[in-house]
Design a protein around this ligand. Structure first.
Ligand code: FAD
Ligand code: NAD
Length: 503
């Protein structure tokens, strides 16, 4: 078996040394930050995945901690209007689609299948409420103080909160962590009313299935929410400015993915921009132009979903007055320890540069407070996985083949199709493949891209492998249970450094 490029033990030894240094640094720093400031050790502004995780971890590390959240429930975008409700609707709509199109082939007769949209929404809301309340419980368990209201940072040691119940409160502390997340990016000529022209938030609570849904933006939200409503019966057209959907994805996987979505009747207009959305009284008309110039055209819709990205949310936070630096995209600038240019003020999650993903925000949160505690907090942004929860799912970690080529790295590629995987065949869900890219000389894995059933679960074997600096041979020589979808990862690894058995 190829030698591991970096061992966990070695990393631990290095981080322990680093830890000792940080403890000293932290004590010195805390004292400097404000002997008289100190009601709290840590104030977190924003209770999303970044903020609530940072608050819990801070409390677990012994810090007196307060978390300020303005929306009235914890969990941020992700739990309230993002990851969780969208995954609930993806599951419900998938079940409906399966009942219509797949049950019969498995010998399951269900007669006519119909949708109860209010019940579907209720199931989604139940999942959201259960989880957001769960975080309140975790706050109590960990003794995090929860202040409900919007906060403005009035000094490096003070946040003034407009309480949701009225009045205001000043929260004092030694360190402030900005975790205020992101908001929908608006487009010129398009007004979001959350009824006919919706953001993802409106798309999560439509009252009926639109006959024609046009999605602006072929990224994560567009494809997930487009899938939901497409499965429930809408004719979905995705208008994408770029020449490809999900531009960050490996091109080969992305092409198969687009073909798969087209088989599901999703239509794509690439290299096209929407310049105006007009309400004709009878519906909506989108005015389109080719991205690189050309003749204009129109497209009709009942509902338009604007999903062209998100922007950092810092409105009313007082950053300008405080002198906190933001970049040209409005993202708070931080150093490797999440510190802004203002001593005692830190930032994590969607509001700082990096992928706008819940798990990345959580990792930021833990690392930030570990560093405050003098520990060796660290986030490896090269191994943050990305998952699109369509069917099939698409998941990736590390570099795409295009990135490796552009970096002039010599590499091997190994692929294995789910058509040759016994579990995928037995469950009749065998579209897609596993693709592994490894450095030619060392066999170190550089990137893994999976399109297929449960890709979002399977990718974590690759994430773990890459965290340990593994080679493709390392994965190939690990015994995998049979029959499992994971065997496709093993076979792709075999195909990377040698040959697969089953293809
Ligand atoms: C439809 C949709 C689906 C998504 N699906 C996924 C997914 O499947 N997987 C994934 O990893 N990511 C997903 N995301 C992205 C994910 O939601 C974000 O990356 C994540 O929520 C970022 O966490 P955060 O803590 O940085 O910010 P947020 O979750 O945005 O939380 C910030 C919180 O701060 C609060 N706040 C803002 N300003 C103040 C203030 N001044 N005072 C007090 N409170 C304030 C806000 O109310 C908010 O609750 C999805 C996003 C959307 C929109
Ligand atoms: N499964 C997940 O992890 C998940 C799900 C949903 C959202 N998210 C996160 O939320 C964030 C926002 O999602 P998103 O889908 O809005 O953004 P995105 O960045 O994923 O995709 C936006 C797409 O819109 C296109 N675009 C931009 N301007 C356009 C225009 N004027 N006309 C047409 N197309 C245009 C871009 O080229 C891009 O392909 C993402 O960064 C993602 O990380 C993650």
């Amino acid at each position: 078996m190829a030698a591991r490029i970096c061992s966990r033990k070695a990393v631990k030894e290095v981080t322990q040394k680093f830890s000792l240094y940080r403890v000293v640094g932290h004590r010195g720093y805390a004292a400097a930050a404000g002997a008289d400031a100190a009601e709290n050790d840590v104030i977190v502004v924003g209770g999303g995945p970044g903020g609530y995780v940072a608050a819990i971890k801070a409390a677990q590390l012994g810090f007196k901690t307060t978390c300020i959240e303005g929306r009235g429930s914890l969990g941020g975008t992700c739990l309230n209007v993002g990851c969780i409700p969208s995954k609930a609707l993806l599951q419900s709509s998938h079940m409906y689609h399966e009942a219509q199109h797949s049950f019969a082939a498995h010998g399951v007769k269900v007669g006519s299948v119909s949708i109860d949209l209010p019940a579907m929404m209720q199931q989604k809301d139940k999942a959201v409420t259960g989880l957001t309340k769960g975080i309140e419980g975790l706050f109590k368990k960990n003794k995090v103080t929860y202040v409900k209201g919007y906060g403005k940072i009035t000094s490096p040691n003070e946040v003034t909160v407009d309480l949701l119940d009225g009045g205001s409160q000043t929260v004092k502390g030694k360190n402030i962590i900005i975790a205020t997340g992101s908001a929908v990016k608006s487009l010129p000529g398009i007004t979001i009313d959350e009824e006919k022209v919706v953001s993802s938030t409106g798309a999560l609570k439509l009252k009926e299935v639109p006959e024609k849904l046009v999605v602006i933006g072929g990224g994560y939200i567009g494809l997930e929410m487009g899938s939901v409503w497409g499965r429930l019966g809408s004719q979905v057209t995705v208008v994408e400015f770029g020449d490809a959907i999900v531009p960050s994805m490996d091109a080969e996987v992305r092409k198969s993915f687009q073909r798969s979505l087209e088989k599901q009747k999703m239509k794509f207009k690439l290299k096209t921009k929407v310049v105006k959305v007009e309400d004709t009284g009878n519906g909506l008309t989108l005015h389109l132009e080719a991205a690189e110039g050309g003749s204009p055209s129109t497209l009709d819709a009942n509902v338009v979903l604007v999903a062209a990205g998100r922007t950092p949310f810092t409105q009313g936070l007082g950053l300008e007055e405080l002198g906190v630096k933001v970049d040209k995209f409005g993202r708070v600038e931080v150093d490797h320890s999440f510190a802004t240019n203002v001593p005692g003020v830190y930032a994590i999650g969607d509001v700082i540069p990096g992928p706008m993903l819940a798990h990345k925000a959580e990792e930021d949160g833990v690392a930030c407070v570990e560093l405050l505690a003098g520990k060796a907090g660290h986030v490896n942004y090269d191994t943050v996985p990305g998952v699109v929860y369509t069917h099939p799912e698409v998941a990736s970690v590390g570099k795409t083949e295009e990135q490796v080529k552009a970096a002039n790295i010599k590499y091997n590629v190994g692929k294995f199709p789910f058509m040759a995987n016994s579990r995928a065949r037995s469950i009749d869900d065998a579209e897609g493949m596993v693709k592994i890219i490894a450095e030619k000389e060392t066999d170190k894995i550089l990137g893994v891209h999976i399109m297929g059933p449960s890709a979002g679960e399977l990718i974590h074997e690759a994430v773990l492998a890459m965290e340990y600096g593994a080679s493709s041979e390392d994965i190939a020589r690990v015994c995998h249970g049979h029959p499992t979808l994971s065997e496709a990862v093993k076979e792709a690894a075999m195909a990377t450094y040698d040959k697969p058995i089953h293809f």
